[in-house]
Design a binder for this molecule. Structure first.
Ligand SMILES: Nc1ncnc2c1ncn2[C@@H]1O[C@H](COP(=O)(O)OP(=O)(O)O)[C@@H](O)[C@H]1O
Ligand SMILES: [Mg+2]
Length: 382
């Protein structure tokens, strides 16, 4: 090596890409491989070196339900395009019959209903979400295993040549699009792996590694069995999402609780702040634990046990401007209790968030008992 040669670092990302990665990491927990793939594609785009005549990247996302596949794409929408709704989503299950393809690409001129069927994907739609920062379209094809043959043909064209021909022969150019394809293939096997023996939460790191290896094999083998080689050859990277451990779910709960607080600020102009005690958080994690639906159920538990009661408290003016609301778990009532911090007064113990929950998790005498306790506590405090 001559002395004029300097060793370069080809793994270093630019600050923009590092910011992008960090923003994705704040939103999507435990899926570093997926985030890396996305960051890499973004770096290639920013450097202007994306291969011409094809999409910026074609990523196939596999793995357990509720592990963040859709969330990752939405998070990319938020960070790159400033809006979660900037993602163009095609639910392949809606196009299971070949004639339904007209909903996607419009029907040829002269066909009955030609004027009525506006194509879902057009050049204008792709470009409508471009920003100064990123002239990129994010296109998500969800549940591709349910696509009809006609949709498969279109997909192959998009993945390979980056083009789609609409019903009226207009062309759509996908060379500035990132394509995400998700599939639940192998989910049945994956679910069995997760529910049996080594469960979701708290498993030893080594068991989790092993579980994730098995999930990886089950999902990628199912994909190879089901999808044709010509399809698989057009995929830049197959990413199998990891199962979520207790540690991940705790972080996701943080994200969800922050999101609820942000909703409160947006809706009421910072009317109040709430804080969950460690035992309240444990309760939400336990209520939201379901190996079969990943973090999906956790989100529902937060809505049911926190957002609904908080809405009641707000709507009945039990919460005032500037209040600090403490959410705690009461083991005796086995439910969440809500306190106003100022005088330690109990503002509401009524946590039957919906009929269904009241029936399944809180027998009515318990709810009655809780109401009694609430009244007593309020009296005591007064
Ligand atoms: N890895 C994750 N990081 C952060 N949130 C997650 C993650 N996985 C799931 N979630 C939460 O669960 C919800 C459902 O996840 P989603 O991405 O739709 O699952 P899927 O993998 O089935 O597409 C998300 O909206 C998000 O709130
Ligand atoms: Mg999904």
């Amino acid at each position: 090596m001559s002395t004029t040669q300097t060793l370069l670092n080809p793994t270093l990302h630019s600050p923009e890409v590092r910011d992008f990665e960090a923003a994705l990491r704040r939103r999507v927990v435990g899926q570093d491989r997926a985030i890396n793939s996305l960051a890499r594609a973004y770096q290639v785009y920013l450097a202007g070196l994306s291969a011409p005549g094809r999409p910026l990247v074609n990523l196939l996302l596999l793995g357990p339900t509720g592990s963040g596949k859709t969330r990752l794409v939405e998070a990319a929408g938020e960070t790159l395009l400033g809006d979660i709704r900037a993602v163009i989503k095609v639910d392949c299950a809606e196009f299971q019959h070949s004639h339904e393809i007209a909903k996607l690409i419009g029907s040829p001129p002269g066909y009955l209903g030609h004027r009525e069927t506006q194509p879902l994907i057009t050049q204008e739609v792709l470009e409508s979400h471009y920003t100064d920062k990123a002239k990129i379209a994010l296109v998500l094809f969800d549940e591709i295993e349910k696509a009809s043959d006609a949709l498969w043909q279109l997909l192959l064209g998009i993945l390979d040549k980056g083009t789609l021909t609409l019903g009226d022969n207009r062309r759509v150019d996908f060379s500035r699009a990132m394509i995400f394809l998700t599939s639940n293939l192998g989910t049945a096997e994956v679910n069995k792996l997760m529910v049996g023996g080594i469960g979701f939460a708290g498993s030893a790191e080594r068991d989790r590694e092993e579980l994730d290896q098995k999930i990886y094999r089950a999902a990628s083998e199912a994909a190879r069995r089901k999808f044709s080689p010509e399809f698989m050859n057009r995929i830049d990277r197959v990413i199998v999402f990891r199962s979520l451990a207790r540690l991940h779910l705790e972080k996701i709960l943080d994200i969800e609780l922050t999101a609820v607080q942000e909703r409160i600020i947006a809706a009421t102009g910072s009317q109040f702040v709430f804080q969950c005690s460690p035992s309240a958080r444990d309760y939400l994690l336990a209520e939201g634990a379901d190996p079969k639906s990943g973090a999906r159920h956790l989100k529902r538990a937060v809505e049911r046990h926190l957002v609904f009661p908080l809405s009641n408290l707000l709507a009945t003016s039990q919460i005032e401007l500037g209040d600090l609301i403490i959410v705690d778990f009461d083991p005796a009532e086995s439910q969440l209790m809500f306190y106003k911090d100022s005088h330690g007064a109990l503002v509401g113990a009524k946590t039957e968030p919906c009929e269904e929950a009241a029936v399944s998790s809180a027998p009515s005498h318990r709810v009655g008992a809780a109401r009694g306790a609430a009244r007593r506590a309020t009296r005591d405090a007064a």
